[in-house]
Design a protein around this ligand. Structure first.
Ligand code: KG4
Ligand code: ZN
Length: 324
């Protein structure tokens, strides 16, 4: 079995995954959303202190598995350095005391593997990763060692833009689910927000211009929060779809996964479903409980890394950013 730890942002989570069967034997997560919500975003120092409290509590519950462990896996990048440190320190201490190899996991690859929890990996897959820190289209061929980035954002990420719009509307953090719910009671055609990079032939994303357009609409005082939420969400998703269509002109995937915290957005899933029917690809998404950060996905990728003996030394570092 592998014990995996996730603490890259505001979720403290630990999982136990059986290596041969890939079965998830234990999984627990303590979220800090309530503590951060009044600040309109994650406060790194507070997050780090809360991990220090939550991680040992969850770890205690995994003690019965200790004798069967073969490795300790931990997210070491990307994320908030001070919160990554909490998980990495715990993982190193466990690796030393239980005399087990250490596996440093890239959180973004962890998100990709959220669709393979208790399952085999699909050999050839295109992925839309939409989280609080990232908006990327990736392609994975033959597993985690061969991942190529096809597109990324030049400024804010998709999830982050929902958080920022929520903050401007005096709503709580995280903004994604709140905006999505509020949009259900609004008219998405009320405000014609500019679709980012509409004229550009380049396949890249941008959300800062849209965010500013939303700010101006709020300041005008002419629109209801519901109409702003619905019209913003429509523009944010249309931007993703337009760029994906551009990409599919050169490359149509056989399998397409949408992962990351914002992959929970049902309107986004609906639009991708329409694309899947049009381009005839197999659309895959994680179970809702594995969309946001969790250690189950970290444990799943760690199984494949363990099989490759892809181990880290005790000098494993945390990194706020990673490149593909
Ligand atoms: O993957 P995740 O839990 O953490 C990071 O790795 O960033 O993603 C969190 C992000 C937040 O920005 C949150 O607002 C967004 O995902 N999110 C959503 C929805 N649920 C979460 N964005 C849009 N619609 C949603 N339903
Ligand atoms: Zn994440």
């Amino acid at each position: 079995m592998i014990l995996s730890i996730e603490s890259s942002c505001d979720d403290s989570s630990i999982a136990i995954t059986e290596i041969d069967s890939k079965k998830l034997l234990f999984h627990k997560k303590i979220s800090q959303e309530l503590e951060h919500s009044k600040y309109g975003g994650v406060v790194p120092e507070l997050a780090s202190r809360l991990h220090l409290e939550a991680l040992p509590k969850i770890l205690e519950e995994t003690k019965p598995f200790f004798k069967n462990l073969k490795a300790i896996a931990v997210t070491n990048a990307p994320g908030l350095s001070v919160t990554l440190n909490e998980g990495v320190m715990m993982a190193k201490a466990l690796s030393v005391s239980l005399n087990l190899p250490l596996i440093g996991v890239n959180h973004l690859i962890g998100h990709i593997y959220s669709v393979f929890i208790e399952k085999d990996v699909i050999d050839n897959i295109m992925i839309l990763l939409v989280s609080g820190g990232h908006t990327k289209v990736l392609e994975m061929k033959g597993g985690y060692t061969n991942i190529t980035e096809l597109a990324t954002t030049i400024d804010d990420s998709f999830g982050e833009s929902f958080d920022k719009v929520a903050k401007m509307l005096n709503l709580e953090y995280p903004g994604g689910p709140i905006i999505e719910k509020m949009a259900l009671n609004g008219n998405e055609n009320k405000i014609q927000f500019p679709i980012p990079l509409r004229q550009s032939s380049e396949i890249k994303f941008s959300y800062s211009g849209l965010k500013n357009a939303v700010r101006l609409a709020i300041e005008s005082g002419e629109y209801s929060k519901e109409d702003i939420a619905a019209s913003f969400q429509k523009a944010a998703i249309t931007h993703l779809m337009m760029k994906l269509k551009k990409l599919f002109k050169t490359k149509i995937p056989t399998n397409f996964a949408i992962v990351g915290g914002a992959s929970a957005n049902l309107k986004l899933r609906d639009e991708l479903q329409k694309m899947a029917e049009k381009y005839r690809f197999n659309l895959i998404y994680p179970e809702l409980k594995y969309c946001s950060d969790n250690a189950a996905m970290i444990g799943r990728i760690a199984v494949d890394m363990y099989k490759n003996k892809d181990f880290s030394n005790l000098d494993l570092e945390v990194k706020a950013r990673v490149e593909f």
